[in-house]
Design a binder for this molecule. Structure first.
Ligand code: NAP
Length: 468
């Protein structure tokens, strides 16, 4: 922990003639960038800043809790944070509590890798009603993100998930999965309790509608993730009549053919089994949401059948009303601009060429780079961020190796203390980590996430819990 010092003094860094780089965002892309930077002897120091007191970004808060294998990447990324030329500064909100310009003045280069923190919108009436939530918000809730608002599932026997990408599949699976198999994950206890309560009180017919605006052959999900959903024990799977029949699998690539076959298998299996009294997953392709209605809360989702006409997705006018109490809009994350940084509003990414930030006229902004989802858009798996970060670091090293480092500038610690910021360092994250493991052990699991700002900052800043 670094506490605010009322009488700060400015120390200067030694003129060791090596480059210093700041990274904004300690998620996979920022940490992969740090890893690539430390491979160069020209880099003397890499300081990683994050708004949260916890590193790992989407790996911690976006990867589904029941996918522990993906989370193992965290072990490799933690080694990056332990590197003797890498420092972690959590609880620093660059652009809010620390101006970006000060980082740019202090460091030879700044890499912006703060991810995509917003949501794509459907732009349909009723989208703002209670009970309409983005997939990102729902994922953050069950993933224990401290910003996430509580999600009540009481009375939500029918849920619609819009979009047919892997986030849609993740949220549908969590809603449908047996709670005992989630209880071994690191989900916050409060989330498990809500899911458990929901299962106990939900009617036997528990319906989830997964809604794709195009056909099953166009869905973005990957087959492994899709099968994990379709193969949930006791799940009945249906598909709208005609959606599979019109697919010519002979013309499909391997992934999309496997997707269609997985759906066909699951639907046939469900049709063959009788006496079903468990949950049902309704796959509705060629359907797009047109409005949500309800008295302050979502009560109905109206979807319209679609068709491809002359290569354009078109509404047919045929509407279906679904009685649902929760609509999860999993139609993509969206990057948010950082004031003063050139932003491509259409693509919702920082303007860049191979990670070099450029202005509207294509001129390079000196010393400013970007990596990850805010560089290329919200696509790809965790591993995709490695080559992406390597590309950015290659651009940075090409530009800066051989130039004179900015020696004599303020050290990171002083910069932060001068702004009166209480900072979480790597060892403070380890205190959170230890508490999560301790909590988990009391519940027979490896980890239970600490999910509130108060608890996280108390642990990070070494404050005693007054209730303890
Ligand atoms: P995605 O893969 O881009 O899927 C978005 C889905 O939303 C698509 O089906 C898209 O349909 C649909 N959509 C977009 N706008 C829509 C609208 N206005 N109305 C109706 N549907 C709309 O995005 P994502 O699911 O958010 O995933 C982001 C990335 O993370 C992906 O690369 C994904 O693979 C990855 N991820 C991976 C895992 C995993 O490996 N387990 C888990 C989660 C996420 P169209 O195709 O018609 O536009």
């Amino acid at each position: 922990m670094l506490a605010a010092d009322p009488t700060p003094s400015l120390s200067v860094t030694a003129g060791d003639a090596k480059l210093r780089v700041a990274i904004v965002g300690a998620g996979p892309s920022g940490l992969f960038a740090a890893q690539a930077l430390t491979a160069s002897e020209a880099i003397g120091r890499v300081d990683i800043f994050d708004r949260l007191p916890t590193p790992f970004g989407l790996l911690r808060y976006g990867v589904a809790p029941d996918h522990p294998n993906i989370k193992q990447v965290g072990d490799a990324l933690e080694r990056v944070l332990r590197h003797d030329r890498v420092e972690f500064y959590g609880l620093v909100d660059v652009g809010v509590t620390l101006p970006l310009d000060e980082l740019r003045y202090t460091y030879d280069a700044v890499i912006l890798s703060f991810g995509a923190t917003g949501d794509m919108l459907l732009k349909v009436p009723g989208e703002e009603l209670h009970g309409s939530r983005s997939g990102r918000e729902f994922v953050e809730w069950y993933g224990g993100h401290p910003d996430a608002a509580h999600q009540s599932l009481t009375g939500k026997d029918a849920v619609a998930v819009i979009g047919v990408g892997n986030v849609a599949v993740d949220v549908a699976r969590v809603v449908l999965k047996d709670v005992s198999s989630l209880a071994i994950t690191d989900m916050p206890q409060e989330v498990l309790d809500e899911l458990d309560q929901h299962r106990r009180t939900a009617s036997e017919r528990h319906d989830v509608y997964l809604i794709g605006r195009r056909g099953p052959q166009h869905a973005a999900f990957t087959t492994k993730e899709l099968r994990e959903l379709l193969d949930l024990p006791g799940l009945r799977v249906t598909v709208t009549d005609g959606d599979l029949e019109q697919v010519d699998t002979a013309v499909l690539d391997r992934r999309t053919r496997s997707n269609v076959e997985a759906i066909r298998d699951a639907v046939e299996r469900s049709a063959a089994s009788d006496g079903h009294d468990g949950p049902t997953l309704h796959l509705m392709f060629w359907s797009r949401p047109v409005r949500m209605t309800g008295d302050g809360m979502v009560e109905h989702l109206v979807v319209e059948r679609t068709a491809m006409v002359d290569g354009l997705l078109t509404g047919t006018g045929e509407e279906t009303v679904l009685n649902v109490g929760l609509v999860l809009r999993a139609v993509g994350y969206r990057g948010e601009p950082l004031p003063g940084v050139p932003f491509d509003r259409e693509r919702a990414v920082i303007r860049n060429q191979a990670g070099r930030v450029i202005d509207e006229d294509g001129r390079q902004v000196p010393g400013l780079y970007t990596a990850g989802w805010i560089k290329r858009g919200p696509t790809g798996v965790i591993g995709t961020n490695k080559p992406d970060a390597v590309e950015t670091v290659a651009s940075l090293l090409t530009d800066l190796v051989g130039t004179t480092p900015k020696t004599g500038r303020v050290a990171a610690e002083d910069l932060l203390i001068n702004h009166g910021l209480a900072i979480a360092r790597f060892e403070d994250w380890l205190a959170i980590d230890a508490e999560e493991r301790r909590l988990g052990a009391t519940q027979g699991r490896a980890r239970t996430k600490v999910a509130t700002w108060d608890e996280l900052t108390d642990l990070a800043l070494g404050r005693e819990d007054s209730d303890a």
